[in-house]
Design a protein around this ligand. Sequence first.
Ligand SMILES: [Zn+2]
Length: 457
Amino acid sequence: MTTTQTGSAMDYASLAQIATDHLQALLRIDTSNPPGQETQAADYIAGFCRAAGFETEIVEATPGRGSLIARLRSANPTGRPIMLTAHLDVVTVERDKWERDPFGGERVGEYLWGRGALDIKSLVAAELAVALAIADRGLALDRDLILAFFADEETGGGFGAGWLWQNRPELLDAEYAINEGGGTALRVNDQTFYLCQTGEKGASRLRITAKGSPGHASVPLDDTAMHRLGEALVRLTAWTAPTRLTEPVRQMLTTIAPVLGDAGTAQVDRLLAAADGELTWDDIAALGLPFDREVMDMLRATTRDTAVPTIVHGGHRINVIPSEIVLDVDGRILPGTEPEEWRDRVQQVVGDGVTVELLSEETGILADPASPFFEAIAATIDAIDPGARVAPFLVSGGTDARNIPGVKVYGFFPFPPTARNTEYPALVHGHNERIHLDDLAYGTRFLYDLVVRFAGS
Ligand SMILES: [Zn+2]
């Protein structure tokens, strides 16, 4: 049980109630992006932060698109700040598919309903409740504590974290941050693992252009843009990039190996010793990792670079052979792959009949899983859920972590191991999004204990 230096035990039930109240209020503020209009939510939070003595600023990249940065100063800082971050915007809803008002913040039984209940106003509310509790109790921290609630994460962060990093980096000068993206608990052979996101792939998207002779479609031609594109598409979809184990995946395998028994451990050791290019997905699949399908799909996506064709542009009349067809490809690369090298590799795969260019040049990012902050995360979990272990992992998608590259960001908002963990993924960006209040309480308690453990003096 964590106690403060004043000696009084933390009242986690009232901390959870405060987080619940803030979540309910935030769910009732519609920050669907587009258009976002996050300033309403930022204003709501700013009132509490100012009253609690935080240095508080709402920064708008453009009118209405407010991000909130609030800083609780340490009297005697001995290290760089820590940050609790999340995003204020939510994805849009199809109202008629919901059983409850998506912006009603209704409590139904032990659940709180609304868009953002899981992604990710729950984390905003938890982080706010934790920071306010620390200020309220007068806890001395040996680092500044920064709350950073960003606009526009759901469409890339150009009006949120990305804009602030470019224009107001002094507000984001933290060494470590907690963010969305991880915390799911898995139970395997009586052992609990919590997955902590310590890296992300980068979106290095590609455009493939095929050119050829135009003509009237009543007279077939042999070398058209359509032929060339078709050949390129067949080559691309038949291709699989080599399997490569990045540091988060290596650490995850190492952490989980003990529950796989002696044979499993030996097999993990063999995989980790393999040189780049030697491994295939089948080698990893053969481990019999104790994950459900969704985690395995994620692991497959995060052990190689991927190129998934998604949009075709071209042609305008059914009787005209077009001279150009364009294929857009959602490319996602591992930390360590460079966008230019990626483009060259895909060009080789699809052949010279078409040209490949980069539409975006993002590299993957990594936070060190061996840092003191990660150790504090693991120790905090062990104190709350004795014996549970924290396993790093890499995600295939992106969060605001990539927009604040100077901060070591860990995606970790833990929920206990229940069946709800397998129900939640379908609700994120889906209909009837809702969170069980026990999960909110658990995650909030974790964050409080983590901050006190890591920065309490
Ligand atoms: Zn999110």
